[in-house]
Ligand binder design. Structure first.
Ligand code: PGA
Length: 246
């Protein structure tokens, strides 16, 4: 198995205000202490510019972008705008956007392509819901999602992929390590020999991060709630550094 650089991404969702930028200082110091781990915090749009200006080792990202370059898209933001504000990462296809805004696989792929064109690092999210897992269709659903939403023709700068089972997000019940390993193997098969980092997300915490990161199939983690405070997020980064494949 090829060893890839660890990747830990935080997703603040619609949380956070400027007062919370102080959390970033401690996280940034941890990022400086662990240069072998790539660390990105995906913040609300309003925080990106200030956050990007105040950190040195930590990367700042956004949680969505539009597929277009500009124009009549009220309320949207382009990948170029994100880049200009200091973001170097963007999440596309998070299940909360797929569900709440009906984002299709084709839209997610178009967003990923636009973000790559703009020079951003992209994290494409896929994951099955509870009924799909109960029906035994998890693998089929996830691989079909990835087939349709991964920007296959953007070879030079391959995005990272996050496997996030919808039933594990925000529930305090992460997927079992065997479930994560099995799904990551299925996704990896589809990705073939592409140099894509594959991270797990869904109720990651300081308590379970180490168990997930020792899986050879897992290159990193996408962290929601536990990325909101330095006291939760730092132990997760440290677990990634500790379990780094040489
Ligand atoms: P969670 O969120 O860690 O709070 O479950 C993960 C995500 O939605 O990216």
């Amino acid at each position: 198995m090829i060893a890839r650089r660890r990747l830990i991404v935080g997703n603040w969702k619609m949380s956070g205000n400027h007062a919370q930028l102080t959390e970033l200082d401690a996280i940034d110091a941890t990022a400086r202490a662990h240069p072998d781990v790539d660390i990105a915090l995906c913040l609300p749009f309003t925080m990106i510019e200030r956050a990007a200006a105040r950190r040195s080792a930590l990367s700042i990202g956004a949680q969505d972008c539009h597929a277009g370059l500009g124009g009549a898209h009220t309320g949207d933001i382009s990948a170029d705008m994100l880049r200009e504000s200091g973001a170097s990462w963007v999440i596309v296809g998070h299940s909360e956007r797929r569900t709440a805004y009906g984002e299709s696989d084709a839209m997610v792929r178009a967003k990923a392509e636009a973000a790559i064109e703009a020079g951003l690092n992209v994290l494409v999210c896929v994951g099955e819901n509870a009924s799909e897992r109960r029906a035994g269709e998890a693998e089929q659903v996830v691989t079909a999602q990835l087939e349709q939403s991964f920007p296959w023709n953007k070879g030079a700068r391959t995005p990272a992929v996050a496997y996030e089972p919808v039933w594990a997000i925000g529930t305090e019940l992460a997927a079992a390590t065997e479930q994560v390993a099995a799904m990551h193997r299925a996704i990896r098969k589809l990705l073939d020999d592409r140099e894509v980092r594959l991270v797990y997300g869904g109720s990651v915490s300081p308590a379970n991060a180490g168990d997930l990161l020792v899986l050879p199939e897992v290159d990193g983690l996408l962290v929601g709630r536990a990325s909101l405070t330095a006291s939760d997020f730092i132990p997760i980064v440290e677990a990634a550094a500790r379990t780094r494949v040489p």
